[in-house]
Write a protein that binds this ligand. Sequence first.
Ligand SMILES: *Cc1c(COP(=O)(O)O)cnc(C)c1O
Length: 584
Amino acid sequence: MQNETNDSSARVYHPLESVEDVEEFYQAIRREKLTHKLAPERPYCYWTIETYDKSNGIRGGGGLGVLAADMRRVAEQLQVPFVLVTPFYPWESHQKMENLKQIDFHTEKSYEDFGFNFVDTINIQTSTGAVALDVVEKRLGSTRFLCITEPNFGELYAGESGSDHRLYQEVSLGFGGYKALKLVGCRPGIIQLNEVATFFAAVARLDELVSSGMDFYEAVVYTRKHTLYTNHTLVQAAEATFNYGQFERYVFPNIKSVAVRRWLSDKFTNGMIRLSTPTVEIAELRSGVSKLHARVANYHDINGNKVKFKAVTNGIHLRTWVLPEIMDYYHQHEILDKFDLPSTRQFEEKVNKISANDIRHLKRIGRAKLNEVLQGRTDQYGNSIQIPEDAMLFDFKRRFVDYKRPWLPFTEPERLARILREQDAHYILAGRVHMGDAVMFEKLMGLLKLIDENAVLRERVHYLPDYDEELGWALSLGANASINTPIVGLEACGTSWMKDIANLGLLISTHDGGVADCPADSYLSIDGKSESAEAKQLYEQMEVAGRAWRNDFDLEYWIHRELLAYLDVVSGTRMMRDYLNFLF
Ligand SMILES: *Cc1c(COP(=O)(O)O)cnc(C)c1O
């Protein structure tokens, strides 16, 4: 029933000189010996509670899931042996608008509809008995999805954080996923834990080593050496806690070794545990998702020592997110090499040759794609919209969470209206409020009411609910300037802005997350000291962006600056190279 045909990754894959051999990529990144360490039966194992890959039937919630899906796509493109261990959620949440209110609804989905094969059933244990999980898999090139699922698994982030159901999901993913890996004959070459919800995968490995006879301390050392913990959360205190009783019900019954159980029990303080505490102990390798994030992430181990994170800035799978015509352009002009890394020869010269004419031509193709996608969508009034070919388009496309500040451009509604009218511009807001976030639900309603009360905004500002990859992709292709305004210090990396830059859009942003990997004069930056100063600057930068799109010199100036600074940062191949270099 959920057989989606809006398959963005399938749509944008296009023939390019293919990578003949993984060895060639390893040589290019000077890691010739990697073929001994990573092999089909000893793959790179990536554990994640969230994956954002609609064409394979798994819908995520945000950047964490986009990262996981893109890691697998990059691995497939580069022929790296890779297993993505993740749940297949039998339910998925969607949103629509009624009377300017977001209404949530759910759809059921089945893995058979997305080409997954049933492998076998495995059990995980609880204090009241075993739960059977289906193991299903789907192979794509050198990679595979390895999923665990059962009819009552629920949807992504079902229940409160810290609830029994979440713990059950995390235990199933960790212990169940590890059993699934054995079932398909794999032994992890490396385990990457995409956030602490995947912690139990490392426990499963430790327990296997100890219960098969390895000395406990040796097993800890071995597991530590082969486990990478990737952190996305800045503040440890914000993390969910679980209590000892919950562990007795869901976790301990899955651990055979008494020593491992004791080790884990020791990580409780006052009967409570945060999973990051044992995770930093079991993972010697730890990474943050941007330079700034790795520097400021404030984590302490159980002895109170500050945890160090290595920066591996997120990248995106360019062939998924970038207009095929733009990818062809990058390759033909040798701006990107065949691995999708920025050319090492005369990169600057080549980028500086991109002409305003080329940019406008490519963006017109992108606008047409956006309008195609918009035919299948409706705005806050239930109307289908189209953006005129020559109109300026701003977008703000994000999960509606407080720190991203979707309301910032509406601080002075009259000023926004004037800018939009004077530039003949439209503004698309796409987002979704996380279920149960009452504050943002109200804020969104307030915003839509404000828009409704202003004739110019009502005509030119469009809110599109049910934000998903297809919409994120289409907006990156079709918008001229995108707005990214997290409160500085709160965005770990962000990937939406990467899609915009790679698609030749102008970025208006605060200096945060991965954006702060490069100097603030690389894009249209907002660096005000107060929220009202930031709002003023945002309007000024919207005016700069509008002028740039009417003036060839300015357009070339800003697009060149962005690409010179960020093309390397946003390249998913660069990210894979950095992970491989860190791991081996
Ligand atoms: C890219 C994307 C995201 C991730 O956005 P961040 O900027 O990393 O928070 C989330 N949702 C959708 C639908 C996307 O396309």
